[in-house]
Unconditional design. Structure first.
Length: 274
């Protein structure tokens, strides 16, 4: 355990007694948030065995920050914010483009080449280099997004801080997520995958192989495939119902960049879109 981790765990054990006047505690927590903001540490990462490793102590530091700071009012031109943490800053030095109407919270990491259209990235999130966060997309607390990802308009990546050990949403490198898709509750999208517009993915949603009908997983889309929203017929005592699922309709060549024209044609053939 690092010195920061030990200090945070000790503060967590006495969290009910902490408040905004505890300057020493805030110095510890602020140091962790600063490391998060710079990308030197992260809430979660993919381990060598391809499992998601969650650093719960970092989430605890985020949660402690809410106890240790009073609400502060920030005015930016005609806009006013009241929050316990400041907004992220230093975009130009980090090589990040942020257009008016976009904001990220201090403690979120944005890699070089990230573009934020009017959108929002919350504390603890990691957004890899070259990623596009398109208009009205939201990257929730602690969500982990890889490099060269396109989050299309209105995409929602759910956030989770409590319980601290809960796995966040994880999106691999080179992923394309279609507009208004919702990836929540620790769901995972593998590297190079394409997610059609409007897909809802969470750990209760089965992911089905369109070729075989086999259930591949719950809440995890495999790498290098195209997946769309679908439904499965179910007979229940109350009648016949259609329950949501995610359908894998195509396997892609690993490492091959997405041909958006070809993808659009494929998706339209299945009544879907990006």
């Amino acid at each position: 355990m690092s010195a920061d981790e030990v200090a945070v765990e000790q503060l967590w054990e006495k969290r009910d007694d902490l408040g905004p006047d505890d300057g020493d505690a805030w110095a510890v927590v602020y140091g962790v948030l600063r490391e998060l903001d710079s990308g030197r540490i992260r809430v979660a990462e993919v381990g060598t065995d391809d499992s998601v490793v969650v650093h719960a102590w970092i989430k605890k530091a985020i949660l402690l920050s809410f106890r240790l700071q009073r609400l502060m009012v920030t005015e930016l031109g005609p806009f006013e914010y009241a929050d316990r943490l400041p907004l992220k800053h230093g975009y130009a030095d980090a090589g990040v483009r942020v257009v008016p109407g976009a904001s990220a919270r201090f403690g979120a990491y944005l890699g070089p080449g990230v573009v934020m259209m009017p959108s929002y990235v919350n504390i603890g999130a990691w957004v890899g280099a070259g990623t596009m966060v398109d208009t009205w997309a939201t990257v929730g607390s602690a969500a982990q997004v890889g490099e060269r990802v396109h989050l299309s308009g209105g995409v929602g990546l759910g956030g989770v801080l409590e319980p601290p050990q809960a796995r966040p949403v994880v999106v691999g490198d080179d992923v394309l997520i279609g507009s208004r898709a919702m990836i929540t509750e620790g769901a995972r999208v593998g590297q190079g995958a394409v997610i059609g517009a409007g897909v809802i993915l969470n750990p209760s949603i089965p992911v089905i192989d369109g070729e075989t009908g086999a259930e591949l997983s719950r809440g995890e889309v495999p790498p290098w495939c195209v997946a769309i929203g679908a439904s499965r017929r179910r007979e229940l005592p109350g009648g016949e119902f259609f329950l949501p699922c995610v359908l894998v309709i195509r396997r892609l060549d690993e490492g091959r960049r997405h041909d958006k024209a070809a993808l659009e044609q494929l998706l339209r053939a299945h009544g879907a879109a990006v």
